[in-house]
Each structure stands twice: as structure tokens, then as C-alpha cells.
Design a protein around this ligand. Structure first.
Ligand code: ACO
Length: 340
């Protein structure tokens, strides 16, 4: 029997504390007008003390499993994408496994930052097509707020990021499963994954790290090495090129065209990047997810949060042709094409 994968359920969770641009302007030299004009962001969510990235992932996973009709014991593998894990090691996958009360299933952590969810979906698809696993829980979750430098020196990146989580349940289906009424059957179609280390230092977090001594020091913390460092112009220039390129690649692989797309979920990096990609591809506004104004950039969580919102409010229906696309640190860029 030939196997394919499909999204059986999806969920997301955002911490309740809203932090507006004006709130940030109380902490350092910035303004609502500067942030909105450059990024589209109006507010973001920050966790309260005591809440971890795994806690956000647990809440999103429980919602996704309820949507799929799964119990935690139904899951036979976990994929966890984050750049803001609770500890340097072990990764968050095992913490999630424990918090969900699962048996000793495998848990793999993905470290491709903004593209983590798309890399994770391609990985889940490959495992399922190979017959190795049948029910995979894939989560993208971030707690950025504790790592940001909320000072004048860190303001260029501190205004961009927010906390949140999204999760999907990916299940095996027969490749020739019958269509649902007049709708095409749900399945993941194809993926494209890319990386180029030439720009690795244009978007990175320098410390803690073992590439140089010491692992971490007070001087490095004071110098801002534990907050994201970004060459904003280089990121912008590459993102507006790579997004359309990789979306075109998966469409060509499936012998489809941009006009065939019902919905596109780009990683929510910056409203100006999303708008540049949308207009370059000639896509109408209603077909492109954009929620960065509410949540900021939630990195590995941004695609599953935006897709979950669109599924649960009815913008995405079973059988719709959906493209997920991301660009980010590495640089890495990636896309997935699927029939929801
Ligand atoms: N508030 C107010 N002023 C600020 C802030 C801030 N938060 N941050 C920087 N500035 C100032 C700078 O100090 C500079 O002042 P100066 O002219 O006196 O030196 C001025 O604003 C312009 O700074 P630039 O860095 O040149 O600003 P730019 O217009 O390039 O915008 C931005 C910066 C928004 C980051 C832009 O480069 C961009 O959109 N880059 C894309 C990167 C991105 O969106 N990354 C998202 C995360 S990565 C990802 O998910 C892929």
C-alpha cells in the first residue's frame, strides 16, 4: 500500500499578555509609528513568569489533538521546532512528551528557526511515506521575550519578536484515498528545502555557543550577544527573492500555477516582506495570511498559528490547495504544498 500524509488536526496557543508598541516605547527609545511603518506590527504576546516554551507547545498540541480526535497515546513520534528551547539541551521534544503524558515515543528537535515548521512538515511527510510512523505531532513554539534586549541598544530586533505556539497532527492515509465529495482528498503534496551558510551571521544568536571560549560570560551578555543580531537589509533583500522562488519551485514540482492556490501562509517575518511577496506573485490579499500586526514574528510558530486561525475561522476548507513558505536564519528557505 502506498502511503501519503495529511493534516488531521491543527491548533495554536498565544500567551494572554498583550504588549503594544507603546508599551515597548516605555522601555526604550522607539515609537508605534516607527514599528508599524517598518514592520506592520502593532502588538505581540509575551509569556508571564513561570510559563515555558514547552507550556505553549503543550496547549497548542492539546488543541490540535482535540481537532484531530487524537489522544496523547495515539501519537507515535514528536517533531519540535524552536530556536528558543527551555534548556540548551535536551531539546523541548522530550519535555513535551512528558507534559503530554505520552509513552516513550521518539522526539526530534529541529533547529532551522523560521523555516523549522516547514522542515518539520517535510520530515513528517517522509517518515509517513516510508511507513516508519503513522501519527506524528509537529509543533512550532517560541518564547522570544526572555531573550530580547529591551534596551536602546537592542531595539532593532526587540520590536520584531513575540511568543506563541502552533501544532499539527500529521497522519498516514492511503495514496489513492477517495476524494471527499467534489473536493480533492487531503494530503501533503511536495516540499522544497534550502539552506546557504554564506549568510549565517546576518541573522544569528552568538551566545551561548561552543564555537569560541567561553560558552557564555557576563561581558558577552552585556555586549548583547545573547539577543538576536540581524543585518535587516540583507534579510529583506534575500527574503523577497527566496519566497517567490521557493513557492514557484513547489508549484512547478506539482505541475500547478500560482492561480491554482487557494491560500498561502508565509512565515510572518515582516508585513512589508509579505506584501512584497504577495504583489510579486500577483496574489489577492484575501489569499495570503497576514497576522503579524497582532503577534509580531513568532519564528517557528508563525506558520502553524496563521494556518490554524485560517482553518478554524473557515478561510481554509478541506481540499483547498495551500502553500506554506518560509525564509529565515541560516539563511534557510522552504515551502510545502498541500491539499488541506
Ligand atoms: N525604533 C526606532 N528607531 C529604530 C529602531 C526602533 N526599534 N530600530 C532601529 N532604529 C533606527 C536606527 O537606529 C536608524 O537610525 P539612524 O538612521 O539614526 O542610524 C534608523 O532607525 C534606520 O535603521 P535601519 O536599520 O536602517 O532601518 P530600516 O529602515 O532598514 O528598517 C528593518 C529596519 C525593519 C529591520 C528592515 O531592515 C527590515 O524590514 N528588514 C527585514 C528584516 C526582518 O523583517 N526581519 C524579521 C526577523 S527575521 C525573519 O523572520 C526572516
Amino acid at each position: 500500500m502506498s502511503l501519503r500524509a495529511r493534516l488531521a488536526g491543527i491548533g495554536h496557543h498565544l500567551p494572554p499578555r498583550v504588549v503594544t508598541n507603546d508599551d515597548l516605547a516605555q522601555l526604550f527609545d522607539t515609537s508605534d509609528a516607527w514599528i508599524q511603518e517598518r514592520t506592520g506590527i502593532r502588538e505581540r504576546r509575551f509569556v508571564d513568569e513561570g510559563t515555558t516554551c514547552t507550556d505553549l507547545a503543550e496547549a497548542a498540541s492539546r488543541q490540535a489533538m482535540e481537532h484531530a480526535g487524537w489522544e496523547p497515546e495515539d501519537v507515535d513520534f514528536i517533531l519540535f521546532a524552536t530556536l528558543s528551547p527551555d534548556l540548551y539541551f535536551p531539546g523541548n521534544g522530550v519535555f513535551l512528551q512528558k507534559q503530554l503524558g505520552m509513552g516513550p515515543v521518539g522526539a526530534l528537535d529541529l533547529r532551522t528557526q523560521c523555516t523549522g515548521f516547514v522542515y518539520g512538515l517535510a520530515t513528517a511527510d517522509a517518515y509517513i511515506r516510508s511507513g516508519m510512523y503513522r501519527r506524528i505531532l509537529l509543533v512550532g513554539a517560541e518564547v522570544h521575550s526572555r531573550g530580547l534586549r529591551l534596551t536602546d541598544e537592542g531595539r532593532d530586533t526587540a520590536v520584531l519578536f513575540g511568543d506563541g505556539a502552533g501544532a499539527v497532527c500529521v497522519e498516514a492515509v492511503e495514496a489513492d484515498a477517495p476524494a471527499q465529495g467534489d473536493r480533492p482528498s487531503s494530503q501533503l503534496l511536495t516540499h522544497a528545502l534550502h539552506g546557504d551558510g554564506a549568510n549565517a551571521l546576518d541573522l544569528c544568536l552568538k551566545k551561548p555557543g561552543l564555537g569560541s571560549f567561553p560558552f557564555i560570560s557576563q561581558e558577552q551578555i552585556d555586549a548583547g550577544d545573547t539577543a538576536p543580531s540581524m543585518n535587516g537589509r540583507e534579510v529583506f533583500k534575500n527574503a523577497v527573492r527566496r519566497f517567490p522562488e521557493v513557492i514557484g519551485e513547489v508549484l512547478a514540482d506539482a505541475s500547478l500555477a500560482a492561480d491554482d492556490l487557494d491560500f498561502v501562509v508565509p512565515h510572518q517575518a515582516n508585513a512589508r516582506i509579505t506584501e512584497a511577496v504577495r504583489s510579486r506573485m500577483g496574489l489577492p490579499e484575501e489569499k495570503v495570511a497576514s497576522n503579524i500586526h497582532n503577534y509580531g514574528n513568532t519564528t517557528a510558530a508563525s506558520i502553524p498559528i496563521a494556518l490554524s486561525e485560517a482553518v478554524h475561522d473557515g478561510r481554509v476548507q478541506r481540499g483547498d490547495l495551500v502553500c506554506l513558505a518560509a525564509f529565515g536564519a541560516g539563511f534557510t528557505w522552504a515551502a510545502s504544498l498541500l491539499r488541506y
